[in-house]
Design a protein around this ligand. Structure first.
Ligand code: NZQ
Ligand code: ZN
Length: 392
């Protein structure tokens, strides 16, 4: 196991009706003038936004609102939010929604007290300072409610980049599984796929002797395999929703990723798909991950075989462990199909003629020395080959 530090000071309020605590929690963390930031309207239709605002008013908090965050959140609205915060003297940013609203809120929080262009942070500068951020989560997926990262699409060129820093880790996150019951089945499945990806990206490691985190990751994956079909069949299954929601947080606050190298190739390759075709991040991952796994399997057959046996219940083929490794990847594909995720480029609406450009952008041109991935170092040609695997 590698050396690590782990400091994850987010306060979580989990369970039914916890959104009513929003006002109290903002006060606890020093807010007095709040930007309430949300998406395209689901929180308005469900009545959640009204309940949150009532809670803010009860605790004497002044607030301004900015809705309209799109999935794969855009830089334009971030600039708008930054200007609003500066004009109104906002000292706390509350995101009400999914990963997109939260990531946009984090970008605004960082940009609101930065003299330069907030995009500097999305080009490698660490975020050391930001307004405090809180979240009321409405979809179990991105894990942004417990993470120190944010992903934004730059509208000038339509490419997606991430930024990070402990300053944007939420001060608090409110997780009420009931709020996820209004999600369409497809969005629920996209979220589950993203959670799976956050586990697999960490599972694909070159670090040895990482039993604790291996077992945590495997346990969370098994939980998803067990709970996902329940919520797809019955969207109102509170207990299954609750388990998936906490799995989503656990998968990405890095408690399961410490002390080990991690991959993240699938995310980097997928980000070009969601930026180019505006598909849901989880749907893009459903197509990307099995392709990356298939491409990388020979790098460490036994790691894939271990997942196949421990997560997917495959029989170990001691004569030819690669059979087991491949059976595990196939079991994952079957699971994704079962929950209604796309299987290939065509189902995603992606096009073969864009492959070269996406591979180039995914590798950041030359800025990244042409390679990505912490498990297997992939260059532009590898990334192109992986996109080609997704054609079938
Ligand atoms: O915009 P509204 O109207 O709210 O609708 C949203 C949106 O259309 C809808 N939705 C959310 N909760 C709902 C609901 N509809 C009905 N009922 C509810 N309870 O679902 C759609 C998707 O929402 P979004 O916030 O985009 O989903 P998600 O949480 O999957 O976030 C995706 C974004 O997170 C980024 C992705 O790249 C993507 O841009 N990620 C952020 C990470 C991070 N910050 O740590 C890590 C992830 O790997 C990921 O990259
Ligand atoms: Zn993700």
């Amino acid at each position: 196991m590698d050396n690590f530090v782990f400091y994850s000071p987010t306060f979580f309020a989990f369970g039914r009706e916890t959104e009513r605590e929003a006002g109290q929690l903002i006060k606890k963390f020093g807010g007095s003038k709040v930007l309430v930031h949300y998406g395209g309207g689901s929180v308005v239709r469900s009545g959640l936004l009204e309940r949150v605002k009532t809670s803010l008013t009860e605790f004497g908090l002044a607030f301004v609102e900015l809705g309209g965050v799109k999935p794969n959140p855009r830089s334009g609205l971030v600039y708008e939010g930054i200007a609003l915060c500066k004009k109104e003297g906002v000292d706390f940013v509350l995101a009400v929604g999914g990963g997109s609203a939260i990531d946009s809120a984090k970008a605004i929080a960082a940009g609101a007290i930065y003299d330069g262009d907030f995009w500097d942070y999305y080009q490698g500068k660490r975020i050391e300072e930001a307004l405090p951020v809180g979240t009321v989560l409405t979809i179990a997926a991105a894990g942004s409610e417990g993470s120190e990262s944010s992903v934004i699409t730059n509208e000038d060129g339509m490419y997606k980049r991430g930024a990070g820093g402990s300053a944007i880790r939420p001060k608090f996150s409110i997780l009420n599984p009931e709020l996820t019951q209004t999600l369409p089945a497809y969005q629920t499945a996209c979220g589950i796929t993203d959670i799976f990806a956050h586990l697999y990206e960490r599972y694909m490691t070159n670090t040895k002797h990482v039993e604790v985190t291996d077992r945590l990751l495997e346990g969370l994956m098994q939980t998803l395999v067990q709970e996902a079909p329940k919520v797809i069949a019955d969207p109102d299954n509170y207990e299954a929703r609750a388990n998936i929601m906490w799995a989503g947080m656990m998968a990405h606050n890095n408690s399961c990723g410490v002390g080990r190298s991690q991959d993240w190739a699938s995310h980097d390759i997928e980000h070009e798909l969601s930026a180019t075709y505006d598909v849901a991040h989880g749907a893009g991952l459903a197509v990307t991950m099995p392709a990356v796994m298939t491409y990388n399997v020979d790098h460490n057959v036994m790691r894939f075989a271990q997942a196949a046996v421990r997560v997917w219940g495959c029989q170990m083929d001691f004569e030819n462990p690669k059979n087991t490794a491949l059976a595990g990847i196939q079991a994952f594909r079957n699971f994704l199909k079962l929950i209604g995720m796309p299987q290939n480029f065509a189902e995603l609406g992606a096009k073969a003629e864009d492959i070269d450009q996406m591979a180039q952008t995914a590798c950041y041109g030359d800025a990244r020395k042409g390679s990505l991935g912490g498990f297997v170092s992939l260059n532009k040609e590898d990334v192109s080959n992986i996109y080609k695997l997704m054609l079938e």
